[in-house]
Design a protein around this ligand. Structure first.
Ligand code: SF4
Length: 480
């Protein structure tokens, strides 16, 4: 995927003016956010479980080499193969080789953000393979030639009417007068089309939510069951995932699954939670003849050894983006690369570089909601701040921002000057704003005044109020 993160500002402007996108996004806060809140309220130990999950992921990251080796040994013991990929190119090459060795023509795919990260579909299609996405949201995006805008609800930016129009265009062989009004009718139609593909597929590719070191199993969670059909009906099952997904034991995975479903969709558990361990064994009624796992690094080792290590705890639940006011306003595509929202603002600079993705850690109000809801307690605002520091240190922060920061630093070191300037500026602004008490245009805040008025400071400054309060408290104490 060609990144457009450097164009975040114009992407965001276009998103704000896109009526259809705004209609689609308007349902987000009331949906996933409310469902998560209800699920959390039903589980009294939810926050304790978050502490457990954080500690477990920290422990695993601390000993990642040990658990990955243990995982590889267990996969081989179960008859599978493990392929290590340092970057996207190596991962795509390994998958293509497996497909070609299997004489594959048709490949079905479950949802996988890692496959988006490495541009897998384009690579396989370029080699003449037919690739069919089987997750409903991903299928819709594939026929629209779009990328996901959310990590668990990839087509959340689309309205039902858009999907109906896409199906009528794409499935032109079906009767033109058929009903496609209810979501259930759209699902039925996609199911009819995909059923044939599941049966004919030579290779099925899935991602993995977790990898279990003790058993060599991979786990996927879905609500459609498409992942199960993808991996059990094809002759060859390939798991494409990243090195940070490994957990030590089945018990550990169970604890994380309890957090994942609740944080993502507010469910106690997803409709399908599927464990795969190696290829079909003698006596198994179904399953693939061969089982491969492609383990991607792609910059994660570097993150592991840096101040960004904590981001690798992420279990890709999507809660941070559901609660983010910026994501809710502009949607996922504005972020310009695979991972949107607060998690993308921390991950993307690590994968595509701070020069390309420097806008993303700055596209935050720092309201802290992302950290407050993250099941892995990842301090996302702190990590975004680290990226800002790196951007500043590398000289990539825009000139005006650097000057503003330098002025701020000079004032912050001289409190008397800061207090004086704050007092004079607020009074001058109050007078200049006239009777309206607001500005329709300000030279240093055109981004703000382009969409709304800028209220002039009213009354006393914070420092004045604070000093008055301290004085009041002191006189009360001396009166006692
Ligand atoms: S950062 Fe936290 S909230 Fe966001 S996707 Fe990852 S685990 Fe979920």
């Amino acid at each position: 995927m060609q990144p457009t993160a450097h164009d975040f500002k114009s992407n965001a402007r276009a998103a704000l003016g896109d009526k259809q996108l705004q209609d689609a996004l308007s349902g987000l806060p009331g949906g996933l956010v409310a469902q998560r809140a209800a699920a959390r309220a039903r589980l009294p130990e939810f926050d304790g479980l978050r502490d457990y999950g954080r500690d477990l992921r920290n422990h695993t990251l601390e000993h990642l080499d040990v658990y990955l080796e243990r995982y590889e040994t267990a996969v081989k013991g179960a008859g599978g193969h493990v392929h290590w990929a340092a970057n996207g190119d190596e991962a795509c090459a390994a998958i293509l080789r497996i497909c070609q060795d299997a004489g594959a023509r048709l490949v079905t795919k479950g949802k996988s953000m890692v496959s988006e990260e490495i541009g897998l579909n384009a690579r396989l299609e370029g080699a003449g393979l037919e690739v069919v996405e089987t997750d409903l949201g991903e299928y819709i995006l594939q026929i629209r030639h779009e990328t996901p805008s959310h990590i668990i609800a990839p087509a959340i930016h689309l309205t039902q009417g858009q999907v109906e129009a896409d199906f009528r265009r794409e499935h032109a062989h079906l009767p033109a007068g058929r009903r496609l009004v209810d979501p259930a009718e759209l699902v039925d139609e996609a199911r009819q089309i995909l059923r044939e593909k599941f049966i004919e597929a030579d290779v099925g590719i899935t991602g993995a939510n977790f990898l279990i070191a003790e058993t060599g199993s991979s786990i996927i969670v879905t609500n459609e069951g498409n992942g199960d059909l993808t991996q059990s009906l094809a002759r060859v099952h390939i798991v494409i995932t990243s090195i940070d997904k490994v957990v030590p034991t089945l018990d550990d995975a169970s604890a994380l699954l309890r957090l994942l479903a609740r944080s993502a969709t507010g469910q106690e558990i997803t409709s399908y939670t599927t464990f795969s361990t190696g290829p079909r064994r003698d006596g198994d009624p179904d399953g693939p003849e061969a089982y491969h796992v492609v383990l991607l690094d792609n910059g994660r080792t570097e993150l592991l050894g840096s101040e960004f290590r904590e981001v690798l705890r992420c279990i890709r639940c999507g809660a941070c983006m559901n609660h983010c006011p910026v994501y809710n306003a502009v949607g996922g595509h504005a972020y310009g690369w695979v991972y949107p929202g607060p998690i993308g603002a921390v991950l993307n600079p690590g994968f595509i570089g701070i020069k390309e993705a420097g806008n993303l850690p700055n596209a935050s109000t720092f309201c802290g909601r992302c950290e407050a809801v993250c099941p892995m307690r990842i301090p996302l605002p702190k990590l975004m701040r680290h990226w800002r520091e790196r951007e500043f240190a590398g000289g990539d922060t825009p000139f005006t921002t650097r000057m503003a920061l330098k002025s701020w630093a000079a004032l912050a070191r001289r409190p008397w000057a800061y207090h004086l300037l704050a007092r004079l500026t607020s009074r001058a602004m109050r007078v200049a704003s006239g009777r309206s008490g607001a500005f329709r245009w300000l030279p240093f805040a055109t981004g703000w005044t382009g969409g709304r008025d800028f209220p002039a400071p009213q009354g006393r400054t914070f420092q004045e109020l604070w000093a008055a309060r301290q004085k009041q408290a002191a006189s009360k104490r001396s009166a006692r």
